[in-house]
Design a protein around this ligand. Structure first.
Ligand code: GLN
Length: 212
């Protein structure tokens, strides 16, 4: 199984290294053909305006939306979260409008350019996530189908999931945090081989158990 990492710009190397650290093959994605055979895609942090231009220039939007439509997991961090949002405060056009959220870029202003925080993200277990925020966005509001995975102490939303699409305002890959990548890898292998627990193609043993 291979997971693509959009490698147009930004902190893509750290995502490839994180995948390597958990024993998953990561593939840099620069052109539409690089998406062939990947079971998921990570969109890194960087600068979302630059990423937008490069996605347009290399005609990547259609193929990425097609991949998402198959149910393969997508995971965006920071600028990647902005790229996946359906609405951007200030009226910029969305890039890959997959997440039903309103996102605000550079939400922490100049005073607080970068900071770190310990976050509770219950889907990843009890151990807090060490979150690195760099000129980070926040999610202003979410649609009905969006799960909120994590908030700052003041309540601001910084991690979300809508079905197969996950996004964080922070950079787990810069803090040695591997659990998001493990979750994405588990979703990708489930997508490749829907078995027990998927509800899509029930595994024979599951059917048998449910029948009793
Ligand atoms: N501020 C950047 C943007 O708006 C995101 C920063 C990041 O990805 N670390 O695109």
């Amino acid at each position: 199984m291979k997971i693509g990492v959009l490698a147009l710009q930004g902190a893509f190397r750290e995502h490839l290294e994180t995948l390597d650290a958990i024993g998953v093959e990561g593939v840099p994605v620069r052109l539409p053909e690089d998406l062939e055979g990947v079971s998921g895609l990570i969109l890194p942090g960087g600068e979302s305006t630059t990423m937008r231009h490069l996605i347009e220039r290399w005609d990547l939007a259609g193929p990425i939306l097609d991949l998402a439509a198959t149910g393969a997991p997508l995971f965006g961090t920071c600028a990647g979260m902005i790229v996946l949002s359906r609405e951007i405060v200030g009226g910029e056009a969305p890039v890959l409008p997959l997440l039903d959220v309103i996102v605000e870029r550079n939400a922490f202003g100049r005073q607080l350019d970068s900071f770190e925080a310990e976050l509770s993200v219950p889907v990843l277990g009890d151990t807090l996530v060490h979150a690195v925020f760099i000129r980070a966005p926040v999610i202003e509001s979410v649609g009905a189908d969006v799960d909120i995975l994590g908030r700052l102490e003041d309540g601001r939303i910084v991690a979300v999931r809508e079905r197969n699409v996950i996004a964080t305002a922070f950079h787990p890959e810069l803090a040695g945090e591997t659990r998001f990548h493990r979750l994405v890898a588990a979703m990708a292998s489930e997508h490749d081989d829907p078995g027990e627990g998927s509800g899509r193609r029930p595994h024979p043993t599951r059917r048998a158990r449910n029948a009793t």
